[in-house]
Ligand binder design. Structure first.
Ligand SMILES: *Cc1c(COP(=O)(O)O)cnc(C)c1O
Length: 373
């Protein structure tokens, strides 16, 4: 089946179907076997050992390569291991430009690469392609971005970044965790590599840690395949299956996440205790600033439906305090310099009924008012 001919909804829903020929299973089987029998020397069936290739992982990887319009995909044990796989393309002395507002774990890893591996990073504000061009040095190898940025929810113009990357012969890498290929396909806008924390929207149920790298171009894909097999950052067959099972409902979930997020945004914009709401225009993530940092603790304590927890993209609504959770690794003066301040809360809007979510926020704010009133 050629994925390209169908709408995203069909591709997502049919992941794994028509893949198993022996018994024609509709839900793709989980091949736990790590080893595959050869009839004689030189006569295998394409599988030898599961780190190098596994039938269940192949189905997941092929689906991701198709959905992102890439050539190859590599399933990894976490989003961070996907990022590590990509950075294994570079070596000591290389320079990478990234955007200012990135996931805290990525910032921590980049810091580690600087401390231990002789890499250099420049943090670009994310909005000005001319400014981006000025950051390029003779040892620059890549531009790495998240769009929308996290947690400040700004869309970066990927076409503009891509032309700077192409003109300077740099790899353009995009972390597409927040929008997913249902809402955005970075390779179509010039990216060479797409990264996912599949833990988030792709899997969607807060029950599996996984990552994916998708690459465009055969030479790049072969190099990544070599590193993937050499380092062993592969995802287990069962976890591949769990992510695929989640992905079957991604379009349905994403539409509800987005509809709910828009309703919550409208409500939050009318709430007197809220200073500013940040919503990037689509998807299920939004952030907002309280007017008073001292209201954060009592507000979070009062919530009964929204769960105060790290992570995003699951069916349950989660509210996160980036300053001490997802972005705690970023030094406070650096955070403050670009607006990630102590009044900021981030919402991963789930697929519950929007009225219940709004009611929960309302009673949370009312509890804060009572306490301070
Ligand atoms: C969570 C996250 C990661 C890291 O993924 P893990 O699966 O937690 O290792 C990377 N990028 C973004 C944008 C994330 O939200």
């Amino acid at each position: 089946m050629s994925y390209q001919k169908h709408h995203s909804e069909t591709v997502f829903t049919q992941i794994g179907n028509r893949k198993e020929e022996a018994l024609k299973a509709v839900s793709t089987p989980i091949y736990l076997s790590t080893s595959y029998r050869h009839n004689e020397i030189g006569h295998g069936n394409g599988y030898d050992y599961t780190r190098t290739g596994n039938p269940t992982r192949d189905v997941f990887e092929e689906a991701m390569a198709n959905l992102e319009n890439g050539d190859k995909a590599f399933a990894t044990s976490s989003g961070m291991s996907a990022i590590q796989l990509v950075f294994s393309l570079f070596r000591s002395g290389d320079h990478v430009i990234t955007c200012r507002d990135v996931y805290g774990g990525s910032y921590r890893y980049f810091d580690l690469l600087e401390q231990k591996q002789g890499f250099a990073f420049t943090y670009w504000i994310g909005s000005d392609a001319h400014e981006l061009q000025k950051q390029i040095k003779s040892n620059t190898k890549a531009i790495y971005i998240e769009t929308p940025t996290n947690p400040l929810m700004t869309n970066i113009d990927m076409t503009a970044v891509s032309s700077v990357a192409k003109a300077n012969n740099l790899l353009f890498i995009v972390d597409n965790t927040v929008y997913t290929p249902y809402l955005q396909k970075p390779i179509d806008e010039g990216a060479d590599i797409v990264i996912h924390s599949a833990t988030k929207y792709l899997a969607g149920h807060n029950d599996v840690l996984a990552g994916v790298v998708v690459s465009k171009g055969m030479e790049l894909s072969e190099e990544l395949a070599y590193i993937h097999n050499s380092t062993g950052s592969t995802l287990s067959p069962f976890d591949c299956w769990l992510v695929m099972r989640g992905m079957k409902t991604l379009p349905l979930r994403m539409r509800q996440h987005e509809q709910n997020a828009k309703q919550l945004m409208e409500y939050l914009e009318s709430e007197p205790l809220v200073r500013n709401v940040l919503y990037p225009g689509k998807g299920g993530m939004l952030s907002f600033f309280l007017k008073d940092e001292n209201r954060v603790v009592p507000f979070l304590r009062a919530l009964n439906v929204l769960t105060f927890a790290e992570s995003l993209g699951g069916v349950e609504s989660l509210i996160t305090y980036p300053a001490t959770q997802t972005h705690a690794e970023i030094p406070v003066d650096v955070r403050n310099s670009y607006g990630l301040t102590n009044e900021l809360l981030r919402l991963s809007v789930g697929i519950e009924h929007a009225d219940d979510l709004i009611q929960d926020l309302k009673q949370g704010f009312a509890a804060v008012e009572r306490k301070n009133g």
